[in-house]
Write a protein that binds this ligand. Structure first.
Ligand SMILES: NC(=O)c1ccc[n+]([C@@H]2O[C@H](COP(=O)([O-])OP(=O)(O)OC[C@H]3O[C@@H](n4cnc5c(N)ncnc54)[C@H](OP(=O)(O)O)[C@@H]3O)[C@@H](O)[C@H]2O)c1
Length: 269
């Protein structure tokens, strides 16, 4: 497994992270087996949220025994964007995960709700207090809106971010990725397989890892998916010119046909 440092957090993360959505769709026994397999294969970064069905609860079953083998990143949402709501959701998340602390808590937010979340009594204050109390180590932000992320990370309130990034939805490529590098913000890519809609996971993942991305949280709910993706992560070689051309053509087709709508790109929305 290859590892990268997640920007200023200093966390050493496997370039292949575990995205928690798909295990919400399989039974508990299979979900626990997949998470255990991911840890056995040296994936050390797990992302989930209590908004993903029972994903956090299933991961919590594994954490009973193996909490010290991984870093946990959790999305803490809430429509009211208030401190109370964020506190309540953080508490429920920790309970589901069977832990008293997580390495990263992410604020999912858009440009419209940002002022509310950041003002006194807003969700961000709950994150700051939790950080002081040692309940979370780092505060991140998550959004599909690249222009907004460019603004938000300049507030210096966040040490890392999550945004969609794949060969058909790579709007983060230029301005955002150059800024994250300048500001030493950790970059976590999501929807790297277009929610399962992108063919050839090897090419799709190598495309991501050959950009300024620290880890890709890939949703997996089968043992074979973990094995296939880990094999790619062990050797994320650069794409050949032919492969790049192939992906350019596939991306054009995806944008033209509107396939994968909802996988995160501005172009695809
Ligand atoms: N912060 C946020 O706002 C936010 C929002 C959304 C998601 N996320 C996070 O990002 C993660 C990734 O997003 P995602 O799960 O929606 O999409 P994704 O990682 O692009 O795609 C996941 C799907 O890819 C398929 N897959 C995985 N490995 C494969 C392989 N080797 N071969 C063939 N298919 C493979 C699986 O499909 P099958 O199920 O068909 O097997 C899986 O469901 C989520 O799990 C979640 O943790 C964060």
């Amino acid at each position: 497994m290859q590892y990268r440092i997640l920007g200023q957090t200093g966390l050493k993360v496997s370039i292949l992270g575990f995205g928690g959505i798909p295990i919400g769709r399989v039974d508990e026994k299979d979900a626990v087996a997949v998470v255990n397999h991911a840890l056995d294969m040296e994936i050390n970064f797990i992302h989930t949220s209590i908004t993903y069905g029972d994903s956090a609860y299933k991961i919590g079953k594994v954490m009973e025994e193996r909490r010290d083998e991984c870093l946990l990143a959790v999305k803490i949402g809430g429509s009211q964007r208030t401190k109370e709501e964020a506190e309540e959701r953080l508490k429920s998340t920790l309970e589901a995960l069977n832990t008293d602390h997580v390495e990263i808590a992410e604020l999912p937010i858009n440009v419209h709700d940002f002022p509310k979340a950041m003002r006194p009594g807003g969700a961000y204050e709950a994150f700051e207090e939790a950080k002081k109390e040692g309940i979370i180590d780092h505060i991140g932000i998550t959004s599909h809106d690249v222009d907004f992320l460019v603004e938000a990370i300049q507030t210096k309130a966040f040490s890392n971010l999550i945004t969609p990034f794949n060969y058909a939805a790579n709007s983060a490529k230029e301005e955002l990725l150059s800024l994250t590098s300048d500001l030493d913000i950790g970059v976590i890519a999501m929807k790297t397989l277009g929610k399962g809609g992108l063919t050839n996971p090897s090419q799709a993942l190598r495309y991501v890892w050959n950009h300024n991305i620290d880890t890709a949280i890939v949703g997996m709910n089968r043992l074979t998916e973990v094995e296939e993706n880990v094999a790619v992560a062990k050797n994320p070689r650069a794409l050949t010119e032919e492969e790049k051309e192939e992906l350019r053509e596939k991306a054009e087709d995806i944008v033209k046909t509107g396939r994968l709508s909802g996988s995160g790109s501005v172009a695809l929305r």
